[in-house]
Design a protein around this ligand. Structure first.
Ligand SMILES: Cc1cc2nc3c(=O)[nH]c(=O)nc-3n(C[C@H](O)[C@H](O)[C@H](O)COP(=O)(O)OP(=O)(O)OC[C@H]3O[C@@H](n4cnc5c(N)ncnc54)[C@H](O)[C@@H]3O)c2cc1C
Length: 396
């Protein structure tokens, strides 16, 4: 076994790992970085959406494939539309394959980065606070040191970031978000490319809330996604068949073709805790960077990557800022508790939000940039009884 030392180890070359690497590179980080990924190449069947392009680094703006200034919610009987005039609140989307292509073009060949693809690794739980450090920054770095075992090598680093960490689930019900999306090409002009359907055909029973999400990229090309927020175990294979039916029974003409699929399962619970091994920093969706009430993580990850790169570049230490502010975690936690207690109420909750809150307020709330009065109007938009009840009753 050989022993090596680098400045940073990143475990997982997915969104969070690569975003950190990009931010470090853009900010001129000069240390050595080892990237270890278990796959042979990145997972590109993903579409990342978020509100407000100003919320991501300007170097990524050219990757935004589409912006929608209008989006809708419906439960079959009522339909509510949000429209914004402002670029700052537009719903933006970029595709994983474009993101990774851009990132690897930028990062390939850099002598300070070592890439290990297709590699299994094991985190070593050793805390080695090095007493020889002279400066405060050195002490910080050594107090955070990590170790990784792989391919007969043992690598230590001043900082370690793990996007593959385990998670511990709370007792009792938790909600998972299951989704299966079909990339659909039609021979007719079937979609209004100016409007995204965030939640259409919302229905719910006591354990599952279901809706269809439609992102029209062109009049004849869209992502049609069946989504379930569910306390049951859902089968993605069954959901794929159900999504196929939605596509085939929809008003999209006879020659509709499904070109590819994207799918996933995300935990929606503020009580889920990442299982930290030694000094390893859990990052990404498994590291509490996911907005529990929605499953959105892209912006949180971008914000975290920028801040972390700044503190590593300027002071060789970690940023202490929480990825998601406690206010939003508390609001999400209550909202999800209401859903767990009364899942069938979910369409009413989302419709109330859509009806009583404007597009710009909604977009700011979703991006954690709401003002005090925005937060008040979101709270006011909700039916009061289930929230008061959830506040004052225990979980089980
Ligand atoms: C299909 C899909 C669509 C999504 N759409 C949106 C969206 O529109 N907006 C939004 O905000 N969020 C979205 N999300 C949520 C979130 O942004 C993504 O899940 C995002 O990819 C999370 O980044 P990550 O780094 O945590 O995980 P990943 O991007 O999955 O990266 C983790 C990496 O770690 C690797 N890995 C796993 N185990 C090991 C191991 N033992 N050793 C080494 N490497 C390992 C994996 O192979 C992977 O490459 C979506 C998620 C999915 C699945």
């Amino acid at each position: 076994m050989t022993n090596d030392n680098v400045d940073i180890i990143i475990r997982g070359a997915g969104l969070s790992g690569i975003s950190l690497l990009l931010a470090l590179t853009e900010q001129g980080y000069s240390g050595n970085v080892l990237v270890v990924e278990k796959r042979a190449k990145p997972e590109t069947q993903k579409t990342w959406c978020f509100w407000g392009e100003q919320n991501i680094s300007s170097s990524l703006h050219h990757l935004i494939k589409r912006r929608w200034f209008s989006w809708s919610f419906s439960n079959g009987r009522q339909e509510y539309h949000h429209c914004t005039q402002s670029n700052e609140h537009a719903y933006c989307c970029l595709q994983a394959e474009d993101f990774y292509r851009y990132a690897f073009d930028k990062l390939k060949g850099l002598p300070t980065i070592e890439w290990l693809w297709n590699t299994d690794s094991e985190l070593i739980n050793s805390v080695d606070a090095n007493a020889h450090a002279d400066t405060h920054a050195d002490t910080q770095a050594s107090a955070n040191s990590v170790e990784l075992a792989l391919n007969g090598r043992r690598v230590s680093a001043s900082f370690g970031f793990d996007s593959a960490c385990g998670i511990s689930l709370p007792e009792g019900n938790t909600i998972n978000q299951y989704f299966v999306g079909a990339w659909v090409k039609t021979s007719t002009h079937s979609f209004n490319a100016k409007k995204a359907a965030l939640m259409s055909n919302m229905t719910a029973d006591e354990s599952c809330f279901e809706f269809t999400y439609i992102l029209p990229f062109d009049a004849d090309y869209a992502l049609i996604e069946l989504t379930r927020f569910s306390m049951r175990d859902e089968s993605l294979a069954d959901m794929q068949s159900a999504c196929e039916k939605i596509v085939n029974n929809g008003d999209y003409g006879n020659d509709v073709v499904i070109e590819k699929w994207e799918k996933g399962v995300l935990s929606m619970d503020t009580r889920i805790a990442p299982v930290k091994v030694g000094n390893w920093n859990c990052i990404g969706a498994r590291g509490s960077m996911i907005r529990a009430s929605s499953g959105y993580a892209f912006l949180t990850i971008q914000r975290w990557a920028e801040k972390t790169a700044q503190s590593l570049c300027s002071e060789n230490k970690l940023s202490l800022a929480k990825p998601i502010s406690p206010l939003y975690s508390a609001l999400d936690s209550l909202f999800l508790k209401v859903m767990r207690k009364n899942m069938a109420l979910s369409p009413t909750l989302f419709n109330a939000m859509a009806k009583n809150v404007g597009a710009d307020v909604f977009a700011r709330f979703m991006t954690e940039s709401a003002t005090f009065s925005d937060v008040l109007s979101i709270i006011k938009a909700m039916p009061i009884r289930p929230f008061v009840k959830a506040l004052f009753t225990p979980e089980h």
